[in-house]
Design a protein around this ligand. Structure first.
Ligand code: FRU
Length: 491
């Protein structure tokens, strides 16, 4: 069967071969979810960027399509977004065919003696066949020229109905620049958003601005996503968010602290699907499941990098603090084989641990459980394979942290210098505690308490995970509602 190479994700999107980074141009149209992605079709390392392309009817099973956009004289095709121009504001529609507009950064690299000069402008392509083939607008000449900033990229465009304008967000080094347009072709500058500069910060990339209801109310807030390369919570690249308001020209943030979309190492450049039908209303995202810190060195052979599972985002307000939650999309349940129920168990004295499976899991599965109560110092789970590679998920009660540790889960991240440090989220003791894990051949996505916190990590065990052990040290813990679903491959 296809896609059985070592480490190859079984229910995550990955390219057939070669290098992939950011998701691009996510949009839904006529029953299809489109996923474009930063792609180098000639190598397993980053290089001349194209937009790779895949489509899906359910966001679970993907069909690979031919690359949509290739580099030209204006440069490589960097990250960007796609919108459906329902009202034909661009005038590019023909014979009632609604034009679909793709915005990307044309990235030209020149060398002046020994130093590199980057030129980044925004260009556009359009499709008149529902997104299958693309023509560059004005032969790829930019529609929005760089005002003289080195990093000026990753256009995210959306329609703002109160002002009847298209809005474009751009990552501009240490801030987000907001522009708008009536026809999607001629762009006007609106404002800059810098955010509170609280700590060392990396280069801002891949913005998105999401209009979200607060809980089940009719009150809306805007959530600005900003991916930041370097100085993530555990090093390397990671995605921040700011909650605030947007009046059509300016984004203002309510908050003074730093919030992260994910507290693992491998969820980057995530943005949302455009054109989801209003009656559906879900806010759907997908992220690149890798980290610039080591992305070019990961030990896969034919292909490099996968996406996270598609996630639904929601926004809650509790104790005067906004919280962006992540949930695996419902449609993933279609991959479930019959549930394997595991009996409730109380671990600690005299039995501190119990192994649930003896190498009879297939390496791709979902696991959920509730810790009803605990007075242990540490409790958690070991996910392991025949060789004894072990990925640990643990609660440390004295530190009040939920911790993931991949340092003993295969050689790649345990090698010195390869970022074996655990990741964690602050978690004041509170029971019941619900953990939900999606485990694939080279990743673990952890959702804590129905998505209050998400932790996404890759790892490279010599063979896939086949056993689970629960443990409770320095006290007793009650593990209940333990359920395992083996997951079918999406390929
Ligand atoms: C983010 C990023 C973007 C850029 C693209 C280039 O990972 O650096 O800012 O458009 O990757 O591949």
């Amino acid at each position: 069967p296809a896609y059985q190479e070592q480490y190859r994700p079984q229910f995550h999107f990955s390219p057939i071969a070669n290098w992939m980074n950011d998701p691009n141009g996510l949009f839904f149209h006529k029953g299809n979810y489109h996923l474009f992605y930063q792609y180098n079709p000639d190598s397993t390392i980053w290089g001349p960027m194209h937009w790779g392309h895949a489509t899906s009817g359910d966001l679970v099973h993907w069909e690979h399509q031919a690359p949509a956009l290739s580099p030209d004289a204006a440069g490589m095709i960097f990250s960007g977004s796609v919108v459906v121009d329902h009202q034909n504001t661009s005038g590019l529609g023909q014979n009632d065919q609604v034009p679909i507009l793709a915005y990307y950064t044309a990235h030209r690299m020149d060398w002046e003696q020994d130093h590199r000069l980057d030129f980044q402008n925004q260009a556009m392509a359009f499709s008149l066949d529902d997104g299958l083939s693309w023509e560059k607008y004005n032969h790829g000449h930019p529609v929005l020229f760089n005002p003289g900033i080195k990093d000026f990229r990753d256009p995210k465009v959306f329609w703002h109905s109160p002002t009847q304008r298209w809005i474009m967000l751009l990552a501009a080094g240490d801030h987000i620049a907001i522009w708008n347009s009536g026809n999607g072709i001629d762009w006007d500058y609106c404002s800059d958003f810098y955010g509170p500069k609280l700590e060392a910060d990396g280069v801002w990339e891949c913005p998105d601005l999401l209009k979200m209801p607060v809980g089940n109310t009719q009150t809306y807030k805007y959530v600005l996503l900003v991916s930041v390369n370097a100085y993530g919570p555990f090093g390397g690249s990671a995605t921040k968010y700011f909650v605030g308001d947007f009046d059509g020209r300016t984004f203002t943030s309510d908050q003074q602290n730093t919030l992260w979309v994910d507290y693992g190492k491998d969820n980057y450049a995530g943005v949302s699907w455009n054109n989801i039908p209003r009656e559906d209303g879900r806010l759907l995202t997908i992220g690149w499941m890798n980290n610039w810190e080591y992305a070019q060195n990961t030990p896969t052979e034919r292909w490099r990098s996968a996406m996270t599972v598609p996630k639904r985002l929601s926004l809650e307000k509790a104790a005067n603090q906004y919280l962006l939650k992540s949930h695996p999309i419902e449609a993933l349940k279609s991959l479930r084989e019959e549930a394997i129920a595991v009996a409730d168990v109380r671990l600690g004295h005299p039995a501190p641990q119990q192994q649930f499976f003896t190498n009879d899991l297939s390496g791709a599965f979902e696991l959920s459980l509730t810790i009803m109560e605990s007075d242990a110092q540490q409790f958690g789970l070991w996910l392991h394979n025949v060789q004894g590679d072990t990925f640990q998920v643990m609660y440390n009660a004295s530190e009040q942290k939920i911790i993931t540790d991949r340092s003993k889960a295969g050689t790649f991240f345990s090698r010195e210098g390869f970022y074996s440090k655990p990741t964690f989220v602050e978690w004041p003791k509170r029971y019941p505690l619900k953990l939900h894990l999606l485990v694939d051949w080279s990743s673990v996505e952890l959702f804590v308490q129905n998505g209050e916190k998400a932790m996404t990590n890759t790892f490279y065990p010599s063979t896939a995970i086949t056993s689970i052990t629960a443990f409770s040290h320095g006290g007793n813990s009650a593990f209940e509602n333990i359920e395992v679903f083996p997951l079918k491959s999406i390929w």
